[in-house]
Ligand binder design. Structure first.
Ligand code: DOR
Ligand code: ZN
Ligand code: ZN
Length: 419
């Protein structure tokens, strides 16, 4: 396959080039390559996007999403590789579930799916899961996502074991005793709505703990979905001291604030909660200065019935795979916070680096994972058009730029926009 006349996003700049793929890898990149190909005039080619934080819900919650619908949503969103979180039923806490997910994902045959194993058996926070066996079966990281491991001692053991097997812990940071039933950010809007608030400290205390553990054990750690200005600062300071900490945030944290909850729209209910303008600005700053390494979706699809209830009772989460690129491009690149190269780094290069996944850059010899987008296409977010089973988005009606035209995985077109 040859992509012709494209604007190609390399690590060091955007250049016009043709790209030829062969046998699943990038065989040649040159100003002009002879032969038939796809005309990409006016289109931009990114290294295949990688989302290292996705909830696919299978096994157990296929009503919300399954590996097939989630993979479809991923390639439609431009993602060539995704990592799926272990809070399924049963949890991804053993090699059988890891093997099943990889097998099913290969059958579906759209994007590459990398399972993330649970830290503890059944995510119950009591006994470490079979980390070595999960790694051997193909788990790429460990996480207790949905919650934190409450016991600091157990978490220290987990980091040590994970490191012994070459895995990192991806830490959902939440001190449950501080959250204490809170469903939104504690502040003006929790008071206005009467919804129970949760302090930034509920997130920050756990970010600080994970950093302390990583620092004193000299081990790496990755902080999930950072939402607070103070969390950004903790990570910035830790990095400056040389702690091997990496971090992610999500489009909703740099696009929205808790003002959105005044609508009582349960699609604004997410964990950690939407914060304040001060936090949103700090997230932008953190992305710009490199404190926040990558952008993930935390794609958390839910069934209509899980959201069509009182705010207190609704499930936490946002369906994000099909809006992430456009929101990120619109909010970050069009507004001048990041360059296209920096966006490619946040959405592909950095996750590949953090998890040692193949890909992440466009270079001869790399896997032919490519995302072709029309950056000038303006569109309106409409969940009715989602292929994900999860229609839960707080971005209904929002105008964004950047439309995925083709998603290429190992040299094969796995998604093509049809209009
Ligand atoms: O909003 C969230 N949804 N946050 C989480 O930590 C879990 C996720 C889910 O699984 O629905
Ligand atoms: Zn989480
Ligand atoms: Zn999550």
């Amino acid at each position: 396959m040859i992509l012709k006349h494209a604007d190609v996003v390399f690590c060091d700049g955007v250049k016009k080039a043709d790209i030829r793929t062969e046998g699943g890898t990038i065989a040649e990149i040159a100003p002009r390559i002879a032969g038939e190909g796809i005309d990409c005039t006016g289109l931009t080619v990114f290294p295949g996007l990688i989302d290292m934080h996705v909830h696919l819900r299978e096994p157990g919650f296929e009503k919300k999403e399954d590996i097939e619908s989630g993979s479809r949503a991923a390639v439609k969103g431009g993602f060539t590789q995704i990592c799926c979180m272990p809070n399924t039923r049963p949890a991804i806490d053993n090699k059988v579930v890891v093997t099943y997910i990889k097998h099913r994902a290969r059958q579906v045959g759209l994007c590459k799916v990398h399972p993330v194993g649970a830290i503890t058996e059944g995510q119950e926070g009591k006994t470490l899961a079979a980390i070595g066996a999960m790694k051997a079966a193909g788990a790429v990281a460990l996480s207790e996502d949905g919650k934190s491991v409450a016991s600091s001692k157990l978490m220290a053991n987990a980091m040590q074991y994970a490191a012994d097997f070459g895995l990192k812990c991806l830490c959902h940071c939440e001190d449950a005793s501080l959250v204490d039933g809170g469903v939104v950010n504690e502040g003006y809007y929790s008071t206005l709505t009467g919804l129970k608030g949760s302090l930034r400290a509920a997130e920050d205390c756990m970010i600080a703990r994970e950093i302390c553990l990583a620092e004193s054990l000299s081990l790496p750690v990755h902080i999930c979905h950072v939402s607070t200005y103070s969390g950004v600062q903790l990570i910035r300071e830790a990095k400056a001291r040389g702690v091997e900490v990496t971090a992610e945030t999500c489009p909703h944290y740099f696009t929205l604030t808790d003002a959105a909850i005044a609508s009582f729209d349960t699609n604004t209910k997410v964990n950690p909660p939407l914060r304040e303008e001060r936090d949103r600005l700090a997230i932008l700053e953190g992305l710009k200065d490199g404190t926040l390494d990558c952008i993930v979706t935390d794609h958390a699809p839910h069934h209509f019935d899980d959201k069509n209830v009182e705010y207190d009772l609704a499930a936490f989460g946002i369906s994000g795979l099909e809006t992430s690129f456009a929101l990120s491009y619109t909010m970050l690149v069009r507004s001048g916070v990041l360059t296209l190269c920096e966006l490619a780094q946040k959405m592909s290069g950095a996750p590949a680096g953090i998890l040692s996944l193949p890909g992440g850059v466009i270079r001869e010899g790399m896997p032919a994972d490519l995302t072709v987008v029309d950056l000038n296409a303006r569109w309106t977010i409409d969940p009715a058009a989602f292929v994900s089973k999860g229609k839960n988005t707080p971005f209904v009606g929002r105008e964004v730029y950047g439309r995925v035209k083709y998603t290429v995985v190992d040299g094969e077109i796995k998604y093509e926009e049809t209009i």
